[in-house]
Ligand binder design. Structure first.
Ligand code: UDP
Ligand code: MN
Length: 297
């Protein structure tokens, strides 16, 4: 038998083995095979979705909603960064069974910048050190020249139409689009001229900001993140300037790519989740008789 025949025989063997495994898998988990073959596609850049998150009553609910959106998206790599000294078992276990490709990181926001229990949310920047750590990870662990990618900052409480991931997928520099229910308005959006270039921002608040855009309103080509490997969000930036503090280091307004129907469609909403009523639970805790602590919520 010559070498070619031997190779052919080997391929036949592997192919039969694969068929057998697929059939067996399909018998036990009828939908698994189709699902697994759908989640990756070599021709698509990977979307790296970066989510800062912190322990609170609604955390698991938020992460559930977000992960089940992400399950619909091909080639998505979820970078979850906990705002905590240690990785929590709740998030670690959650990610393991989420079905999403993920990286789990953590870093605690320095004391000075931490929000107090009753502080209004705008008082301090939120999620900044966590997003920066995810950028560190992307700079160190992925090679954008070999594996094209797009970076998106996806907070855990927003609402995402699947379409936004199609819009951002082929971002060359930085792509931008409207965000619904934000900045005290029905929506904010980049304004686009006849040459299809962004020239200003539709916003009620500090329109003079270099990038008057919410974190949910842009995505960045991974190459740009890696080429500007020292650039990070500035936690000391004035209120409203966090997004600008990073974007000014990596892109110019004229290079922005307007998406979502030249910024006329809303595919992401800056929703915020109500803090749940916990009064009865607090009473039970005081009585030393809390709801079953073994039931994770
Ligand atoms: N976040 C965090 N630590 C905090 C507060 C918020 O990691 O102390 C995360 C949060 O889970 C979310 C992101 O940072 O993914 C933005 O926070 P939030 O949604 O509260 O901010 P807002 O919507 O008010 O801008
Ligand atoms: Mn939010």
């Amino acid at each position: 038998m010559n070498e070619l025949e031997a190779k052919e025989k080997n391929i036949n063997f592997i192919s039969k083995r694969l068929d057998f495994l697929q059939t067996t898998l399909r018998r036990q988990y009828p939908y698994a095979v189709d699902y697994i073959s759908q989640i990756t596609d070599d021709d698509l850049p990977t979307i790296y979705a970066i989510t800062p998150t912190y322990t609170r009553h609604v955390q698991k609910a938020e992460l559930t909603r977000l992960s089940q959106t992400f399950l619909h998206i091909k080639n998505l790599h979820w970078i979850v960064v906990e705002d905590s000294e240690n990785k929590t078992p709740l998030v670690a276990k959650f990610l393991e069974r989420s079905g999403v490709v993920f990286t789990h990181l953590n870093t605690k926001t320095p004391q000075y910048y931490q929000l107090g229990e009753n502080d209004p949310s705008w008082l301090k920047p939120r999620g900044v050190e966590q997003r920066n750590l995810a950028i560190d990870w992307l700079v160190k662990n992925v090679d954008a020249n070999k594996e094209p990618g797009v970076v998106y900052f996806a907070d855990d409480d927003n609402t995402y139409d699947l379409q936004i991931f199609h819009e951002m997928r082929n971002t060359q520099t930085v792509s931008v689009w409207p965000v619904g229910i934000v900045g005290g308005l029905k929506f904010e959006r980049p304004l686009v001229n006849a040459e299809q270039k962004v020239y200003a921002w539709y916003t009620a608040w500090k329109p003079e900001r270099p990038f008057a855009i919410d974190m949910a309103g842009f995505a960045i080509n991974l190459l740009l993140v890696q080429q500007n490997s020292e650039a990070r969000f500035d936690i000391k930036a004035p209120r409203g300037y966090i997004e600008s503090s990073y974007l000014i280091k990596i892109v110019k307004m004229e290079d922005l790519e307007p998406k979502a129907g030249l910024c006329t469609k809303v595919y992401v909403w800056h929703t915020r989740t109500e803090k749940p009523k916990w009064k009865q639970e607090d009473i039970l805790i005081k009585q030393g008789n809390p709801s079953d602590p073994n039931i994770e919520v």
